[in-house]
Design a protein around this ligand. Structure first.
Ligand SMILES: NC(=O)c1ccc[n+]([C@@H]2O[C@H](COP(=O)([O-])OP(=O)(O)OC[C@H]3O[C@@H](n4cnc5c(N)ncnc54)[C@H](OP(=O)(O)O)[C@@H]3O)[C@@H](O)[C@H]2O)c1
Length: 389
């Protein structure tokens, strides 16, 4: 438990989706937060954080300090005085920054960010004598498997879906060994796939679940335009037509290897659980996952209702027919996420449940889905730089 004065937290990744919401939660709880990050496109870190503070309706007073540093450099490239001050001001470290690309073509950059950069952070943990290191990993650091996934160390020589998963498993191992060597307590937090705030719909990044909806919305726009503006000859050939109720019939079959679920949690659940874990101050691994995840049929019903379409079908076998243009586009857009649509892993949460006082992610109802997707549409799926409140 925290004493009279709240701990000082050094948070990496505060400019990202999860980090920004976690920053809000930490400030709300009275923590002093140093956001260790970088500038972007000529915008200084301090200005990036000011934008986030306005968007999140925060009032951090003096409790948020930006420190611009470079993880590739010793002491983050800071001068001696700034680095010593940073060390003196640190109680706990939350490492939330990560390269979150899944693409094999980005392997070098992903490994550089997620693995090589750990040496400056571990050196910082030792220099500051941090009371605890929190690493934000992923539930998928366990790699490709079926059945129950325990809150236990990942196996780095396992089969992984992509280089991102592999890098997170290897990072867990490096951080565990590093923290053990320097005597810093460690907690590893493993969220599954995170969508927006369940009550406000807000989010900062629109990938994964959002990407499926965005792809199908894009496909819908192409065919509606063909039908309304160009007579729809091409659409008719493939069985696309406008129904009497104004919905568009899209014969879109999604081929999945097998039946399974999509393990989704809301960002507010991620923050609440993380704050409870921090308050509890205990070692170990925590799965921050959903116990009753929806399956793809529920999600596709939601997508049909949200976009005003009909005709999405899910088949559990490889495709044997020629794909229609909608299926081809969907396959191209969504390929990296396909393995997460029919997930047969179940995540044990015994350790997490023991510290979070019955917290569990809200079931993904159509109301929540609609709120989150409506927000994404209002942000043009992240294309506009200033997001609505
Ligand atoms: N989103 C999910 O569904 C999900 C699920 C499970 C686990 N996670 C984990 O949660 C954490 C946050 O994910 P997210 O979705 O919030 O990611 P995100 O939105 O992509 O944000 C990534 C953050 O990491 C920072 N970063 C990336 N590369 C960096 C580098 N080379 N040097 C310094 N900072 C760097 C980014 O800084 P810039 O803004 O400067 O680029 C940003 O603040 C990650 O560790 C991720 O593995 C996420």
């Amino acid at each position: 438990m925290l004493g009279e004065s709240k701990k000082s937290v050094v948070l990496t990744g505060a400019t990202g989706f999860l980090g920004a919401f976690l920053l809000a939660g930490l400030l709300d709880q009275g923590y002093q937060v140093t956001a260790l990050g970088r500038s972007s496109a000529q915008i200084r870190l301090a200005d990036r954080l000011s934008g986030l503070v306005r968007w999140l309706d925060l009032n951090p007073r003096q409790r948020l300090l930006p420190v611009e540093g470079d993880f590739t450099k010793k002491h983050f490239g800071l001068d001696d005085k700034t680095y010593s001050q940073l060390c003196a001001d640190t109680d706990i470290i939350i490492h939330c920054a990560s390269d979150t690309s899944f693409a094999e073509r980005n392997r070098k950059r992903i490994l550089e960010t997620n693995i090589n950069n750990l040496s400056s952070l571990l050196e910082f943990a030792e220099d500051s004598q941090a009371k605890r290191f929190y690493y934000i990993s992923t539930a998928y650091a366990v790699g490709v498997r079926e059945g129950i996934c325990l809150e236990e160390p990942a196996e780095v020589n396992h089969k992984f879906t992509n280089v991102y998963e592999e890098s997170k498993a290897r990072a867990e191992e490096i951080i565990s060994n590093g923290c053990k060597k320097i005597g810093i307590p460690l907690s590893i937090l493993r969220p599954s796939i995170v969508y927006g705030h369940s009550k406000t719909g807000r989010a900062l990044k629109f990938n994964a679940l959002y990407y499926a909806v965005k792809s199908i919305s894009y496909i819908k726009d192409i065919f509606v335009k063909d039908i309304v503006e160009h007579g729809g000859e091409r659409s008719k050939k493939w069985g696309f037509n406008l129904n009497n109720d104004g919905t568009l019939n899209i014969p879109l079959t999604v081929y999945l290897p097998e039946d399974g679920a999509v393990n989704l949690i809301s960002v507010d659940h991620f923050v609440d659980t993380t704050l409870s874990i921090i308050e509890n101050d205990d070692d170990g691994i925590y799965n921050i996952t959903c116990d009753n995840p929806p399956n793809i049929l529920t999600i596709s019903d939601y997508i049909e209702s949200f976009l005003g379409i009909r005709g999405i079908k899910v088949i559990y076998k490889p495709s044997e027919k020629q794909l229609n243009p909608a299926e081809e586009l969907f396959a191209r857009f969504f390929e990296p996420y396909r393995p997460y649509l029919s997930d047969r892993r179940e995540f044990d949460r015994s350790h997490t449940i023991s510290v979070v006082n019955g917290l569990s992610t809200p079931p993904l109802t159509y109301d929540i889905f609609n709120r989150c997707m409506s927000y994404a549409v209002a942000c043009d799926w992240g294309k506009i730089s200033s997001f609505p409140k």
